[in-house]
Write a protein that binds this ligand. Structure first.
Ligand SMILES: CC(C)(COP(=O)(O)OP(=O)(O)OC[C@H]1O[C@@H](n2cnc3c(N)ncnc32)[C@H](O)[C@@H]1OP(=O)(O)O)[C@@H](O)C(=O)NCCC(=O)NCCSC(=O)CCCCCCCCCCCCCCC(=O)O
Ligand SMILES: Cc1cc2nc3c(=O)[nH]c(=O)nc-3n(C[C@H](O)[C@H](O)[C@H](O)COP(=O)(O)OP(=O)(O)OC[C@H]3O[C@@H](n4cnc5c(N)ncnc54)[C@H](O)[C@@H]3O)c2cc1C
Length: 593
């Protein structure tokens, strides 16, 4: 913190890069403070509240987190049970956890680190419940960090990853906070207890939308780091003979290794651009929302949910492929990959479980599909839903960007139509609306994945056609873009072929194109991962070192294992030797017999 001040880092991006460099392996216990607590105070507080609290947060005088999930409910926010009941006599809210299942459970850094929380609770005033709202709650004494009376707080125990984050539980026993600690930018409770409702109840969910946008960038960061490690290692690692009697080949020269890694390299670039595109859309629509124009809120919500889920799923699968492509050494923490995976895989669950998020986007697509059928105008990103599904592909040998985007549009439009028609058929059969929906959600998830895939391909193509890029770089980025798109088709061929959109010749073209691109990309593969510019310090990987001294690094790493501190381990004296002695005594006994 002091060092950041000394260096004059003001922007959140600079600060984030610094924090990551300072704690490269474990997630920071202040991540939720800087990433969620302070921004939520800024965006959900009134100007007065922000002026009061944000400087305290930014200077770490107040350290906070976001406490929403409970033992009994995470996904279903409307089902949260923590109550905040307004007492007009004292001008306070009384926070309470009325049941076991209402205990806050999972919030990061609640257990030991923070002294404040933003608590999501059901607001009661004048005997009426007004749904969930956010409240700023002091949870520890600012002098000695003791837990405030009326609260029970603890750690939830070990997890798959997130070792640097003390996820905790928290129980309220009629705990009082001032009225002005409700975040009142959109909804308000007046002194007499009157409730002023917001323009849209979902404005309270703004912090989640923001983090989902950040998570798309996390998916890029983590997948690209694993790809850097795996590609560099594949250039160093030699195994088996490619040419009989020749020297052992770099494993990167095996076509199968290229097929594992180069599409993930291409995906990393695609995700970086998608994350940037998503951030721009977020900046535009969220500033409209702040000015009171809520028209595009559903579009933003749908895009953030879909991309968060799509990108984290693909990143996690891809990181695992990177790990396995490093053979045995990939399994060691020395590779750096297990930690990357363990931390990012949580993102498939936190900030909205991925299936649930996909279904939010699906609902939006379903509504847009109906509007499109009625001839109503649709937002630009969704206009493809009205394309003519009888058209066949014009893809030729060059696999042009235009033909690839058309293929992705066709696939997504067809799959959304299939899911919507199933939903409609279910309704016609007499099912209630919710059943008709539930019984079409599997095809809706597939359709939503296709929709997100289209967004990413189209975004990559658009950037290549609009940005001024020098010809050599443009050429190699075009290869990556084409590989991302063609590989996606080859791996999901059934979805593109089901209605005969491609003919047999075109399928052969696509299969050949993938293999040709692997060869094109091979000479630039290491440069393309170097271009991400991750320092060794950040990667913390013996396999992904910039200088390629992999075996030296692995040997040094092994020597630093705590088990090597002594020649004979205490387990020998405590267990192995007594066991051996026992065995030899019993052997002697049996020999006597
Ligand atoms: C979306 C919901 C599931 C909605 O639930 P419902 O179906 O019940 O709907 P509602 O009635 O509530 O909604 C009606 C209506 O509103 C629409 N809606 C909903 N939400 C929004 C919204 N936000 N904006 C606009 N509109 C919205 C909804 O679609 C309906 O519309 P229609 O009627 O038109 O259909 C909701 O309940 C929900 O969001 N649930 C999810 C809960 C959730 O997200 N919880 C998050 C808790 S906080 C958390 O998890 C924090 C985690 C933070 C982790 C720390 C991150 C640190 C960084 C780590 C990075 C790792 C990198 C590793 C690096 C390395 O190692 O290298
Ligand atoms: C590492 C980590 C960090 C976290 N940090 C925080 C934090 O800082 N603050 C905080 O408040 N919370 C935090 N959480 C909690 C997290 O936000 C929730 O776990 C998450 O929102 C998922 O909710 P859930 O646990 O209720 O899952 P559930 O909803 O119980 O999901 C279980 C299964 O049910 C399915 N399901 C649920 N609803 C539906 C539906 N409507 N349709 C179809 N399928 C459905 C899901 O797809 C899933 O397969 C964290 C969680 C993790 C893992």
């Amino acid at each position: 913190m002091d060092r950041m001040e000394e260096l004059g880092f003001r922007s959140e991006t600079d600060r984030q890069i610094f924090r990551e460099a300072a704690a490269p392996v474990e997630l920071s216990p202040f991540g939720l403070h800087s990433g969620m607590f302070v921004p939520t105070l800024e965006r959900q507080g009134t100007p007065e509240q922000s002026r009061k609290w944000v400087p305290l947060g930014k200077s770490f005088k107040m350290i906070g987190t976001y406490a929403q999930t409970e033992l009994g409910h995470g996904t279903f926010i409307r089902g949260l049970e923590t109550t905040a009941t307004f007492d007009p006599e004292t001008q306070e809210f009384i926070l309470d956890s009325p049941t076991l299942s209402s205990i806050k459970y999972w919030p990061g850094n609640v257990a030991k680190t923070v002294n404040h929380c933003l608590v999501m609770a059901q607001l009661y005033t004048q005997g009426k419940c007004h749904g969930t709202h956010l409240f700023l709650v002091q949870v520890r004494n600012m002098e000695d960090h003791t837990i405030m009376p009326g609260l029970e707080i603890g750690d939830i125990g070990p997890k798959l990853g997130f070792d640097g984050v003390d996820n905790g539980f928290m129980r309220f026993n009629k705990y009082r906070i001032p009225r002005m600690n409700m975040l009142m930018r959109y909804a308000k409770v007046l002194e007499n207890g009157d409730y002023i409702k917001p323009k849209n109840a979902k404005l309270t969910y703004g912090a989640m939308v923001m983090i989902r946008v950040f998570i798309v960038m996390d998916a890029f960061k983590t997948l690209s780091r694993a790809a850097v490690i795996a590609v560099r290692y594949s250039a160093v690692r030699r195994q088996s003979e490619l040419r009989p009697g020749g020297e052992e080949a770099q494993v990167m020269d095996y076509q199968t290794q290229q097929y594992k890694l180069f599409p993930l390299l291409a995906t990393s670039y695609a995700f970086l651009l998608a994350a940037e595109g998503m951030s721009q859309i977020y900046a535009k629509i969220s500033s409209d929302i702040e000015r009171g124009n809520l028209e595009d809120m559903p579009q933003l919500h749908a895009l953030a949910c879909g991309l968060k889920a799509f990108c984290t799923w693909v990143a996690c699968e891809g990181i695992e492929v990177c790990r396995m492509s490093c053979g045995g050494h990939g399994y060691s923490h020395a590779s750096g990959i297990p930690k990357i995976y363990a931390n990012i895989v949580g993102a498939c669950t936190y900030e909205g479980e991925n299936t649930v998020m996909m279904l939010q986007t699906a609902r939006y697509l379903s509504k847009c599909y109906i509007r499109g059928q009625r001839g109503e105008s649709l937002p630009e990103l969704i206009q493809y839903l009205t394309t003519d599904l009888n058209v066949k592909s014009t893809l030729g040998e060059d696999c042009s960007f235009e033909s690839l985007v058309a293929a992705y549009s066709h696939r997504a439009a067809r799959m959304v139509a299939v899911a919507c028609k199933l939903q409609q058929t279910n309704k016609k059969k007499g099912m209630a609306g919710h059943d008709a929906w539930n019984k079409s959600t599997v095809p809706f998830i597939a359709a939503t994945k296709a929709h997100c895939h289209l967004f990413i391909v189209r975004n990559f193509v658009t950037i290549l056609s609009q940005k001024k890029i020098d010809p050599a770089t443009h050429n190699v980025l075009s290869q990556l873009c084409t590989l991302y798109a063609v590989y996606g088709i080859v791996e999901n061929m059934g979805e593109f072929m089901q209605d005969g959109y491609f003919n047999q010749d075109q399928v052969s073209i696509l299969n050949r194109k993938v293999l040709a691109l692997l060869e094109d990309i091979r000479p630039n593969a290491v440069a393309l991962v170097d271009a991400f510019d991750y320092p060794d310090h950040l990667l913390q990987s013996c396999l992904g070192r910039y200088d390629g001294q992999v075996y030296e690094a692995l040997y040094e790493y092994s020597k630093s294992s705590p088990l090597n501190n002594t020649d004979i381990h205490s387990s020998y004296y405590n267990y192995i030797r007594p066991m051996m002695q026992k065995r030899s005594e019993s052997k002697n006994i049996s020999a006597k017999l």
